[in-house]
Design a protein. Structure first.
Length: 663
């Protein structure tokens, strides 16, 4: 066979030897050869029978015999062929049967035609045997050895018939014999070339198929890589987004419900800071493998959605089963007992928070499902982490009102929908107002007021808090401090603001713009579950202190990291949460409040107690020697204009009123 073609393919797949290639060629061409032989023989039989018309013209006296022979040979040949095909004979056997049929057709015709009395016409008519030779070599797809053998046999039959039956001159016999041999040589050569070309076509097709297979393998590998998270081996966000669209389409078409679970590894950034990123990667891999195992047991799909966040798509008939899956994942991660000794909530192992959403008739977009799961996850983190929250559309905090709030926050500054009010801070010992706390207020476009506990979480979740917080700092410096309306003003600052690059630089630029000393501006940091002790926060606080700004710790005692914060940072003032003062009507509550006061005094920080709402509260704080107090009894939040008109009650007048009330 063609060695160049074999070499070309062998360079692509060196393991395929020429012998293996020929065997593969024979195997691959088996079915095609059978089909070609079958169609070829049926056409040959049709032509063979049609040539009975020439018998009628040239040897009409024996035409009845030749036609009978033609019909008999044709019937036998076709029946034999179909029987072999029915019995699933090999292609070589079918080809041999077809070649034998062609030779038999020529031989039967010779035996019947030689009975004619028109001898001279018959002598020249015999040369039509070359047609049978050409049919074997050119019109069938016989392999070269079989075609050659059939052609040689055909030549021998012709030469024998020419010698026995042809009454012509020897010269004429030699001419006819030479013509037959020439046809034999020509058609055999053409058959050889056709077989070579068929083999070359096979090799080229094989090469193309191997290249295509390799390209498909590379494509599949690239597709797998593009859809796979390199660290955990889970599906990445791109693949999960497509999965979400597929499930959403089934929900739209077949009402096949599904749940989405967003899973966040608790305090993972702090884990990375404490243990290093390599250990963080090991932790994520272990957690991801565990979550994947749990998800698979529920017939769900899990992927990494980014950072330490995972997403699960769970085809389920009810939200209760989705909640059970979420609880199982939380429990499994807790049972993993992966150490996290530096948490600030009393837990010493890695845990996860899970937000769950479920398709409802009111769900109109796939993004809505993700958004609801994200809101549920936010709620899970806000309530202490290591828990599961299922999105509840009937919960006011989860209602679509928050979407209206989020939209309003985007345009709040441009449309004047936010303003600041200020609550006085009184010095118990001097009776003077030491400062005010700036509190933000929001109203909707229709004038409806939105409580801070409603819009502040939305602002933090959407990132609007950064822009609003900077506006508050600028407003306080411009309206209060630059005009010397108050000596000190405090502004609440979100952990998101502290982590935002350039926050301290903005504060410095604002203080310089209004020529305000840094010590007159205080930043209240709330001790809540969302404030993680990380390097970015500590660095930002250090930069604020370098500007001379005061740093206060708000709501002390309500979170988990108060003592850690006191150890890391020298706060100017610590505000004790109102709940401790309100619990002081019992002996146990009083002891708790005194313990906190003693702790803070030992740290040498100023103490401010919130929630002073009665004369009894104020007198108790005087008894305990507290520096500063704040609450509705001292003064309610009011706009800056009312501060100018003396809305803050002087301490001497307040004391007289207090005495009257006590009497």
């Amino acid at each position: 066979m063609h060695m160049l073609a074999e070499t070309a393919v062998a360079t692509i797949r060196p393991t395929l030897s020429p012998e293996r290639l020929r065997r593969l060629y024979k195997q691959k061409s088996e079915s095609g050869r059978k089909c070609a032989t079958r169609s070829g023989l049926w056409i040959a039989v049709a032509v063979y029978i049609a040539y009975a018309f020439t018998d009628y013209l040239f040897i009409g006296d024996v035409v009845r015999y030749t036609i009978a022979g033609r019909l008999a040979v044709s019937a036998i040949a076709l029946c034999t062929l179909e029987l072999l095909l029915y019995r699933k004979a090999k292609a070589d056997t079918v080809d041999m049967a077809a070649a034998a049929s062609v030779l038999a057709a020529y031989l039967v015709w010779l035996l019947t035609a030689q009975m004619t009395t028109v001898r001279e016409a018959f002598s020249y008519y015999m040369v039509f045997g070359a047609i049978f030779m050409m049919s074997v070599n050119l019109f069938f797809s016989f392999r070269f050895p079989l075609a050659l053998a059939a052609s040689v046999t055909n030549v021998l039959i012709f030469v024998g018939a020419l010698y026995l039956f042809a009454p012509m001159l020897l010269l004429h016999k030699l001419i006819l014999g030479a013509f037959c041999i020439s046809c034999f040589i020509f058609t055999s050569y053409v058959n050889l070339q056709l077989n070579r070309e068929r083999y070359k076509v096979f090799l080229n097709a094989l090469e193309a198929s191997l290249q295509q297979a390799a390209a498909e393998e590379r494509g599949k590998a690239l597709l797998h890589l593009s859809n796979t998270d390199s660290l955990t081996g889970l599906e990445n966000r791109r693949a999960i987004d497509q999965r979400l669209r597929d499930h959403w389409q089934r929900w739209q078409d077949q009402r096949a419900p599904f749940a989405v679970l967003l899973i966040d590894v608790d305090y993972f950034k702090h884990y990375n800071d404490c243990y290093g990123h390599q250990e963080g990667d090991r932790c994520l891999v272990a957690v991801s493998q565990l979550l994947q195992s749990v998800a698979s047991s529920y017939g769900s799909i899990i992927g990494r959605y980014g950072g330490e966040e995972f997403i699960v798509i769970a085809p389920m008939q009810n939200s209760e089963r989705a909640s059970a899956l979420a609880e199982a994942m939380c429990a499994a991660v807790r049972a993993l007992a992966w150490p996290h000794e530096h948490r600030r909530d009393g837990t010493t192992v890695i845990t996860v928070s899970v937000g769950v959403s479920y398709t409802r008739d009111q769900t109109k977009q796939v993004d809505k499902v993700i958004h609801e799961a994200d809101r549920a996850l936010y709620a899970a983190k806000a309530t202490g982490r290591n828990t599961v929250v299922v999105f509840d559309p009937d919960d006011p905090q989860s209602s679509d009102d928050s979407e209206d709030i989020a939209a309003t926050l985007k345009i709040a500054l441009e449309h004047g929908l936010v303003h600041l009010v200020y609550q006085p801070i009184r010095n118990v010992q001097t009776g003077k107002t030491d400062g005010v706390e700036a509190l933000m207020r929001l109203r909707m476009l229709d004038g409806t007021a939105v409580p801070p506990d409603r819009f502040i979480p939305v602002a933090e979740r959407t990132g609007s808090i950064v822009k609003l917080g900077r506006w508050a700092i600028r407003t306080v410096c411009r309206d209060l401090l630059a005009t010397d309306l108050v000596q000190v003003a405090s502004v609440n600052v979100s952990p998101i603001e502290l982590k935002t690059p350039g926050f301290a630089s903005y504060v410095a630029a604002t203080l310089a713009e209004f020529d305000v000393a840094g010590a007159r501006l205080a930043f209240e940091i709330t001790e809540g579950v969302e404030l993680e002790i990380d390097q970015d926060v500590v660095r930002c606080i250090s930069d604020l202190r370098a500007l001379g700004a005061q740093v206060w710790l708000d709501d002390f005692g309500t979170g988990f990291a108060g003592l850690s914060w006191l150890r890391l940072i020298d706060f100017d003032t610590v505000k004790i949460d109102r709940s401790f003062l309100h619990d002081s009507n019992t002996e146990r509550g009083k002891r708790m409040l005194l313990d906190i006061i003693s702790l803070l005094r030992n740290r040498g920080v100023k103490i401010l107690v919130e929630g002073v709402e009665t004369i009894e509260h104020q007198l108790l704080m005087q008894q305990y020697g507290i520096n500063q107090i704040q609450g509705y009894y001292i003064g309610r939040p009011a706009p800056a204009a009312r501060l100018e008109t003396g809305n803050v009650l002087p301490f001497s007048m307040a004391r007289k009123l207090d005495s009257k009330r006590l009497s």
